[in-house]
Design a protein around this ligand. Structure first.
Ligand SMILES: Cc1cc2nc3c(=O)[nH]c(=O)nc-3n(C[C@H](O)[C@H](O)[C@H](O)COP(=O)(O)OP(=O)(O)OC[C@H]3O[C@@H](n4cnc5c(N)ncnc54)[C@H](O)[C@@H]3O)c2cc1C
Length: 389
């Protein structure tokens, strides 16, 4: 039976996460304005919140299932600020290792902060167009190519690089390789300047005759699958794990916006009366109610996608639906917050204008809104990617 109820331990963890959120917000603007600096992981005066990890470890099966709880935790962390994205260990590279690695590989590299590189100058939404090559030379793989927009590229310990064994074959020849940081031949070429989530680095790399041990091929299967998806399935599986999490990041940000706006309205003497009929509400009250309802729908959709993963059931459709809905609510919710606040919303006195910029990315990375709708349509109509491109 589907159950998203919180346990007693969960409620205590949420109280701690809310304290953490207050601390994150104190530093959010600084990181927003200083994106060029590579700053220490935390400010010295920032209190540690490691005990939250410990509490999560000890919760066992207290209330909802683990992936659902992770969604809840992510919403709370990003309700604090996108600052949490710095060094997040549920990062894309770690998800790739979970999706494609062997048991031994997960044990060997699971403790590391791993970035993930699939995007290239000529390959974004269409991941099967990857041009970076991997060639076996004795006991080493030699990687050559260019990767862009690698989140956490600077502060990670290693990068899961998706590359092809044979460009003429497409998805069946794509594999994932673990490239440890400081491997000769892996060179950072650019750190992007972005409109939002500026606390998180997005980096470009060149791989030039970059040699890694043969055993760094995730999954260790060196064969090319001409007809089936091969290693490419691992990339899609990665996204099935991470898309609900990306949705949760956007939803946390919008929850913060909604709370800010609700407080601001209260100060002006405007409170939403849920009991009153629609005809008795002002336009602003109606907007707030609509946003709350949309947030609720997106949150439940996101919980459900993760619950399916916990049950070991394929969640390809639901992961994309949650990302599409979460991205849409993020974009429109932030816009709505600014609409209601007017001039106050766009000043640097508050974080709402920053959250507006941050929220925009939810609809872009890990598959754009259009791609989520494409995946959803394929799944509902039982079409392959060749049938519906
Ligand atoms: C902040 C940030 C962090 C990122 N982090 C990472 C990372 O860690 N690792 C990584 O590998 N990548 C990362 N990316 C890259 C991201 O995944 C890509 O930007 C995304 O997949 C879209 O690719 P693109 O930008 O090349 O757009 P394109 O694929 O060129 O698409 C351009 C536009 O066309 C639309 N479009 C494309 N194909 C179709 C279609 N078939 N039908 C309808 N519309 C279509 C898209 O929706 C989009 O609106 C990150 C990007 C950002 C902005």
């Amino acid at each position: 039976m589907i159950d998203f109820t919180l346990g007693e331990k969960d409620k205590k963890i949420i109280i701690e996460l809310r304290k953490q959120a207050e601390v994150q917000r104190k530093y959010a603007r600084y990181y927003d304005l200083h994106e060029d600096e590579i700053l220490p992981e935390e400010f010295p005066e920032s209190p540690e919140f490691d005990h939250i990890d410990q509490m999560v470890e000890e919760r066992g099966q207290d209330g909802c299932t683990p992936a659902v709880f992770l969604i809840l935790r992510t919403i709370e962390e990003f309700r604090g600020d996108f600052l949490k994205l710095r060094g997040l260990r549920t990062a894309l590279g770690n998800a790739s290792l979970t999706a494609a690695g062997t048991k031994e590989q997960k044990k060997k590299w699971g403790h590391m902060l791993l970035a993930m590189a699939s995007t290239e100058p000529g390959c974004g939404s269409d991941s099967k167009a990857i041009e970076t090559t991997a060639v076996l030379n004795g006991d080493e793989w030699v990687l050559n190519g260019e990767k862009i927009f690698v989140t956490n590229g600077i502060r990670c310990d290693g990068i899961v690089v998706w590359a092809t064994l044979d460009k003429s074959i497409g998805r069946g020849a794509i594999k994932a390789f673990l490239v440890e940081k400081n491997t000769p031949g892996l060179t950072l070429t650019k750190k992007e300047k972005k409109m939002g989530i500026r606390c998180s680095d997005s980096d470009a790399f060149v791989l030039k005759d970059c040699c890694i041990p043969r055993e760094n091929l995730l999954g260790r299967d060196e064969t090319i699958k001409v007809k089936s998806g091969g290693g490419f399935k691992g990339l899609m599986k990665t996204f099935n794990l991470t898309r609900p999490l990306v949705s949760a990041r956007g939803l946390g940000t919008i929850l913060a916006c909604l709370e800010f706006v609700t407080d601001a309205m209260k100060k002006e003497g405007i409170e939403v009366d849920w009991e009153a009929g629609q005809h008795k509400r002002s336009a602003v009250q109606q907007k707030l109610i609509e946003l709350e309802a949309e947030l609720e729908v997106a949150t439940l959709t996101t919980f459900y996608a993760s619950w399916l993963a916990d049950m070991g059931v394929s969640n390809n459709l639901e992961a994309s639906v949650s990302k599409a809905k979460g991205g849409d609510v993020s974009r429109r919710g932030a816009q709505m917050a600014l609409d209601i606040l007017g001039a106050t919303g766009i000043t640097h006195d508050h974080l709402v204008e920053k959250w507006f910029r941050d929220a925009r990315v939810t609809d872009i990375y890990e598959g754009t809104a259009e791609i989520q709708r494409l995946v959803t349509a394929r799944a509902l109509l039982n079409y392959s990617s060749a049938d519906l491109m």
